[in-house]
Design a protein around this ligand. Structure first.
Ligand code: ZN
Length: 345
């Protein structure tokens, strides 16, 4: 093995990413070195590409970006046990501390010291990635590298969808991006009755209907009340999964929910936004914010469901060789794609 590798780096504080030669990371005694096979491009990577206000505040330069990956273990740190060279894996990209009350209670996903690969630490858009062995998630044969590369966003979808019991429930999902669409597939898989997904982008709604058995609604053209009546829902939706960060979508969700309805929020509003709290209080609605994946309960559930027939493959709409990453980012930035996967082999 040479000690140089190809990587995609935020090399300068401006729009874009650059293909660079970088040293292969050196691993510590608790780390593994992973040879990357496939990576997914995330909305987060688009923020970093665009170098928006959030990215400028958050991302150090230079930094190898990317956090959605699948690959194979090629080196083990001296203290690593239970993993093997050659093992196929993905992994949790949130690197957690061990000191906080939450971590010490085993609620790792709530650790306030969390740092993200590809955001705060060297990332996965590279031929090799260093990862703490603790974060490695081995992949069974049923999960190939392409699906392995989108387990991070699928995990967001699973974490959000499994926030509440969906068996027999009517579920409203606002925002038909890849995570919203995958959440719809999860809701179907676990036994929701009606699953309605809303957006104003016809291409995304079309993709949603291709990926799973869901009722797509373009809220620019159709009123949710008419949809509820068409589906013979008596009072409204039982559970809302907010995936858009859009103010109007949250308002529609609150209006469309039953008394005592429950909402899980994954979408991130761009800033402070007005909320009609009195509606939420008088409808006795429960709100839950979702961050990342439960470590590692979400991973366990997600892989078990993939082994048990959950199929989200069609959410991947574009595949490029890693050297053609510009095309991948372009199609992502256009909003006319589902998940875009880069191949590093
Ligand atoms: Zn992501």
């Amino acid at each position: 093995m040479t000690n140089q590798m190809i990587a995609l780096e935020k090399s300068k504080p401006e729009t874009g990413l650059w293909r660079v030669e970088a040293p292969v990371p050196e691993i510590g005694h608790d780390d593994v070195l992973i040879r990357i096979n496939k990576t997914g491009i995330c909305g987060t990577d688009i923020h970093i590409w665009n170098w928006d206000e959030w990215a400028q505040r958050t991302v150090p330069v230079p930094l190898i970006t990317g956090h959605e990956f699948a690959g194979e273990i090629v080196e083990l740190g001296g203290d690593v046990t239970g993993l093997e060279i050659g093992q196929r894996c993905s992994g949790e990209g949130h690197l957690i501390g061990r000191q906080s009350r939450q971590s010490r209670a085993g609620r790792f996903h709530l650790d306030p010291e969390t740092r993200g690969i590809g955001v705060n630490e060297q990332g996965a858009f590279a031929e090799y990635l260093r990862l703490p062995a603790f974060n490695v998630v081995p992949l069974p044969d049923a999960v190939d590298d392409e699906i392995g590369a989108i387990l991070d966003p699928l995990g967001n979808a699973v974490h959000t969808a499994l926030s509440y019991d969906l068996v027999g429930e009517d579920v409203l999902i606002t925002g038909a991006g890849p995570i919203g669409i995958m959440a719809a597939a999860v809701a179907r898989h676990v036994g929701a009755r009606h699953v309605v997904i809303t957006d104003v982008n016809p291409a995304r709604l079309e993709l949603a209907a291709q990926v799973t058995d869901v009722v797509p609604v373009n809220v620019a053209q159709e009123d949710l009340r008419d949809v509820a009546a068409r589906l013979k829902m008596k009072q409204g939706f039982d559970v809302g999964l907010e995936m858009s960060g859009n103010q109007a979508a949250l308002d529609q969700m609150v209006e469309s929910l039953v008394m005592g309805g429950r909402i899980a929020l994954l979408g991130i509003p761009p800033g402070k936004s007005p909320v009609d709290w009195s509606r939420i209080v008088f409808k006795a609605i429960t709100l839950k914010g979702i961050y990342g994946r439960e470590i590692f309960e979400t991973w366990y559930k997600m892989i078990a469901m993939l082994e048990n027939g959950l199929d989200v493959r069609r959410v991947i709409t574009h595949r490029f060789a890693a050297q053609d990453f510009r095309e991948g980012f372009e199609i992502m930035r256009s909003g006319r794609s589902g998940k875009v996967v880069l191949d590093w082999r």
